[in-house]
Design a binder for this molecule. Structure first.
Ligand SMILES: C[S@@+](CC[C@H](N)C(=O)[O-])C[C@H]1O[C@@H](n2cnc3c(N)ncnc32)[C@H](O)[C@@H]1O
Length: 218
């Protein structure tokens, strides 16, 4: 019923979260989306933005995905449905309310090759026990509080760890900003990493976002 009515007017439910402020689940034109106060978090433009990035890489060889920032899990749906990726995904999320929303509203829960870790992605990456066989072929870094990526995810410390977690031949997709005025910050970030990665910078994706794609050449 809500789906049908949403073609005539959007139907919104508000859910307070300690980490992300007031979140909104909105039925709009027959689809359910998750928004923060100033940004789409999942299943709207955000989903299209990450799909655009996934289309720029070769997903066929990917066997192990690390997703930092679960949100409502829309990129997981994209990987499963549009890229036929059925293998392992580990998702890290700092907000308990979001993990509940992903399960209750979007049917995204820890099952079928999906592990959901509650915690800070920065600490997860810093403390990850790296062996010779548990590196990731694809890391998706999609960490926002409302419309801002916390500064620590631009730090050399974080990126040195990311560099060590990517398998040879693997990819990193970093959703770096919802604004287009961060070129110098991105350039500063990628410069020391150029010996490991070949980079593509995608600007104005969906008219707004800046994405960084890094590929580790074997
Ligand atoms: C844009 S949403 C992610 C959308 C998701 N990737 C999708 O495909 O639907 C950003 C998420 O990053 C999470 N986040 C922000 N800071 C974090 C941190 N330090 N550690 C883990 N998750 C964090 C937020 O709680 C929010 O759920």
């Amino acid at each position: 019923m809500k789906r049908l009515l949403s073609y005539f007017y959007p139907i919104t439910k508000k859910i307070p979260s300690d980490v992300n402020g007031v979140l909104e689940i909105t039925w709009y034109n027959g689809r359910k989306i998750l928004n923060s106060q100033n940004a789409n978090y999942s299943y709207g433009s955000l989903q299209r933005i990450l799909k655009y990035a996934l289309n720029k890489i070769d997903v066929s060889g990917v066997q192990n995905v690390l997703l930092l920032g679960l949100g409502g899990g829309s990129v997981i749906r994209t990987l499963r449905e549009n890229f036929n990726y059925k293998l392992k995904i580990t998702a890290v999320e700092i907000d308990k309310s979001i993990i509940e929303i992903a399960a209750k509203e979007f049917n995204v829960c820890a099952c079928e090759n999906l592990a959901i870790i509650y915690g800070d992605a920065f600490n997860y990456v810093a403390n990850f026990e790296l062996g010779s066989t548990n590196k990731f072929d694809l890391l998706i870094i999609d960490l926002f509080i409302d419309n801002k990526v916390p500064d620590k995810f631009f730090s050399p410390e974080f990126w040195e760890r990311i560099e060590s977690l990517v398998a040879p031949g693997g990819f990193v997709i970093f959703n770096a900003s919802t604004h287009s005025d961060i070129t110098s910050k991105v350039m500063q970030l990628i410069d020391p990493l150029k010996k490991t990665f070949q980079f593509q910078i995608l600007d104005h994706v969906e008219g707004t976002n800046t994405l960084v794609i890094g590929h580790v050449v074997k």
